[in-house]
Design a protein around this ligand. Structure first.
Ligand code: SAM
Length: 329
């Protein structure tokens, strides 16, 4: 699959549910209305869609959400996708999780061929963790991380940089993650969906974070890539890797290799644009994949050049109405 800007689409992110057991303040409103269960694709339908994308050249697949590990039957999907790892059709199967269910699922994930996962942790302070996630418990997440490490999974911690919330803690988070043998990636908050607060107050440009880190660490640019948008440095003092995902301060759309499928079968060709394609109707219209493949090709031909996120006082509205939990972060 190659789009009109010559970018090969080899990375599919699948939001398997819009539901989550946390309510992170920058991601969701507290009283979210979720999709009725009847609108969701079944696990078998998700499987069929993923298979079609893999047949069309997807080499890396990430399960996300909402919280992927709260979707009923998720391990059936992981197991089924694992066969593509064994055949060599898929290079990597991975997931992004809040870690709350990892103690339960880590060993099974590893057994089905998952090698690396991302766990979202924005703070190491128990009370602040509860404030940010509204419903989460840091101790449980840490227990999940230990279970994942014991199962042999490599872990990257993702932290959204939030002004006045976790900015002072970033050096400590670097030392913690690297001390535990994990990579850490910082993410700029993106204007997706209405939340209860004001994003302008939370927005922290990573260019500022990077400059501040240089007061106490030596940052060496490295060419390391995981197939995602992060740019990495090695921190000389810890020996670990630190990634920066900068959708606002440094746009990375020219190298975008991914599309995003929601749990209702809607394909978003860009996280930051409204345009989408319905794949559920062609999926359900026939048992063969001709209609589905045609719909995928048509959607890829519409992949836009990029997003245009801005966060400041004059642009204090979401760039798109849907929350990250719908498209899958
Ligand atoms: N529940 C899983 C988790 O917590 O990792 C997967 C889904 S969550 C939407 C994926 C990632 O998106 C998390 O790291 C979360 O912090 C991030 N995220 C959510 N809303 C965001 C926003 N508006 N801007 C930047 N990152 C966001």
């Amino acid at each position: 699959m190659v789009d009109n800007f010559g970018r090969a689409i080899t990375y599919l992110r699948v939001s398997v549910t819009d539901r989550c057991d946390f309510r992170c303040v920058y991601c969701m409103a507290e009283d979210m209305t979720f999709l009725p269960k009847k609108d969701l694709l079944s696990i078998e339908e998700l499987e069929r869609l993923c298979d079609a994308f893999i047949e069309k050249g997807v080499r890396k697949l990430r399960l996300t959400g909402g919280e992927p590990l709260v979707r009923k039957g998720i391990m059936t999907l992981v197991e089924s996708l694992g066969r593509h790892l064994r055949s060599g059709a898929l290079e990597e199967l991975t997931l992004t999780t809040n870690g709350s269910q990892l103690s339960k699922y880590a060993a099974e994930l590893a057994a089905h061929g998952v090698k690396r996962i991302n766990v979202s942790v924005d703070t190491l302070d128990d009370a602040k963790f509860r404030q940010i996630t509204r419903w989460g418990e840091l101790a449980k997440v840490k227990e999940g991380i230990r279970a994942a490490q014991a199962a042999g999974l490599a872990i990257k911690i993702n932290a959204v940089a939030l002004k006045g919330v976790n900015d002072a803690e970033i050096p400590e988070m670097i030392r913690w993650a690297h001390g535990e043998g994990m990579d850490l990636t910082l993410i700029e908050t993106m204007p997706l969906g209405d939340i209860d607060g004001d994003r302008t107050d939370q927005y922290l440009p990573l260019s500022v974070v990077r400059a501040n880190l240089m007061d106490q660490f030596t940052l060496e640019d490295i060419p390391y890539k995981t197939g995602g948008p992060a740019r990495y440095v090695r921190i000389k003092e810890t020996g670990g890797r630190l990634g920066f995902i900068t959708p606002l301060t440094h746009n990375f759309c020219e190298s975008c290799n991914r599309v995003r499928l929601t749990c209702t079968g809607t394909l978003f060709m860009c996280l930051g644009q409204e345009d989408a394609a319905d794949l559920r109707a062609p999926l359900r219209a026939s048992e063969g994949n001709d209609l589905l493949n045609a719909a995928i090709d048509e959607a890829i031909s519409r992949k836009p050049k990029g997003h245009d996120f801005i966060i400041d006082r004059r642009h204090n509205k979401p760039a798109v109405a849907r929350h990250m939990s719908v498209t899958g972060g």
